[in-house]
Ligand binder design. Structure first.
Ligand SMILES: [Zn+2]
Ligand SMILES: [Zn+2]
Length: 326
């Protein structure tokens, strides 16, 4: 480089629109050392406070004396989980089966009970996650560390690649479903009512639970549900074996499957995302969602359930697996 080139390069760097050098790819380190998008402080504080409240609720809840409230929370949490796994995930994101109107209504109401994002955001992020797994365009890229993949991604602005590539993801099919159109239109009232107001009002009004425990148990149930979903993005992308595709990060994780109603068989799921079971076998003990979907299939409300043939799965295991398949 000549002296003149050096001067013009220096000059170019001082201009207002000079191209900025892009930071190097983060490695799997601690979240606070690798974040490269600005934090959204309101989310950071909100997420911290709600977790602190839930923790206090978990530790101090009188489990032996308030059994009805505990069982109620369990039931509501389970309903919300079903809305996320069978609805947002297996039906609306992956179209792995079709559902008749009554089932779609159940799915949208249970999804509202979980209190997560707008459905179109959920589906766009999830399709992006499958398409661009473990890259900067993956909204919860597990290469940015456990904390980022779990919850950190909700505490900061999205990476520019997520925004850019996210726009290319077609979610127009969602709005062909009148149930989704209705939900998106009345998102906030539905979310507030089914996730917070109704689950709090039932113990308070039906068996005279104190207002304090009615509210605290709702918060604890809500926060647990969020964390169970997030574990699929964090733990199931880091810990477990890879019997179907050894070259990808998603793994088979029993604990996540237990907590997330069968969504932890993640190596399989990333290999066959269009399988309604999200696991090779409908092992109902650790795949509650599949159990319910099969029950709905029996009465005809779920139909066109997609699954690969045994031969195809065997072939994939032999060719791409890590040899851990039993
Ligand atoms: Zn995944
Ligand atoms: Zn998926």
């Amino acid at each position: 480089m000549t002296a003149l080139d050096r001067v013009s390069t220096k000059l170019a760097e001082t201009l207002p629109h000079a191209p900025k050098t892009t930071p190097t790819q983060p490695t799997t380190q601690f979240f606070w050392k690798t974040y490269k998008t600005p934090l959204i402080w309101i989310n950071v504080i909100g997420i911290f406070l709600i977790h602190l409240t839930a923790l206090i609720g978990f530790i101090t809840f009188p489990y032996l004396y308030h059994k009805k409230t505990f069982v109620w929370c369990f039931f509501v949490g389970w309903a919300g989980g079903f809305g996320v796994t069978a609805g947002a995930h297996r039906l609306w994101s992956h179209k792995s089966y079709k559902a008749k109107l009554p089932l779609r209504i159940i799915l949208i109401l249970t999804y509202a009970t979980a209190g997560q994002n707008r459905l179109r955001e959920w589906v766009r992020d999830h399709r992006g996650h499958h398409k661009f797994s473990e890259t900067d365009a993956d909204p919860h890229n597990a290469n940015r560390g456990f904390f980022f993949a779990h919850v950190g991604w909700l505490m900061m602005k999205k990476h520019p690649e997520v925004l850019k590539k996210g726009k290319q993801i077609d979610c127009s099919d969602l709005f062909e479903d009148s149930v989704v159109v209705f939900f998106e239109k009345y998102f906030w009232p539905l979310k507030l009512f089914f996730c917070f107001i109704f689950p709090t009002a039932v113990p308070y009004l039906v068996w005279n639970e104190s207002l304090y425990w009615s509210v605290m148990s709702t918060i604890a149930r809500y926060v647990s549900g969020l964390n169970f979903t997030w574990l699929v993005n964090s733990a199931a992308h880091m810990f477990g074996n890879k019997p179907y595709n050894r070259k990808i990060q998603p793994a088979e994780n029993l604990l996540v499957s237990l907590l997330a109603m069968g969504e932890g068989w993640h190596n399989y799921h990333h290999t066959f995302p269009w399988d309604y079971k999200a696991a090779e076998l409908g092992n109902y003990r650790v795949n509650g969602t599949t159990l319910l979907l099969d029950a709905f299939a029996k009465i005809g409300w779920a139909y066109d359930l997609k699954s690969p043939s045994r031969e195809l799965v065997q072939k994939v295991i032999l060719n791409n697996g890590d040899g851990s398949h039993r």
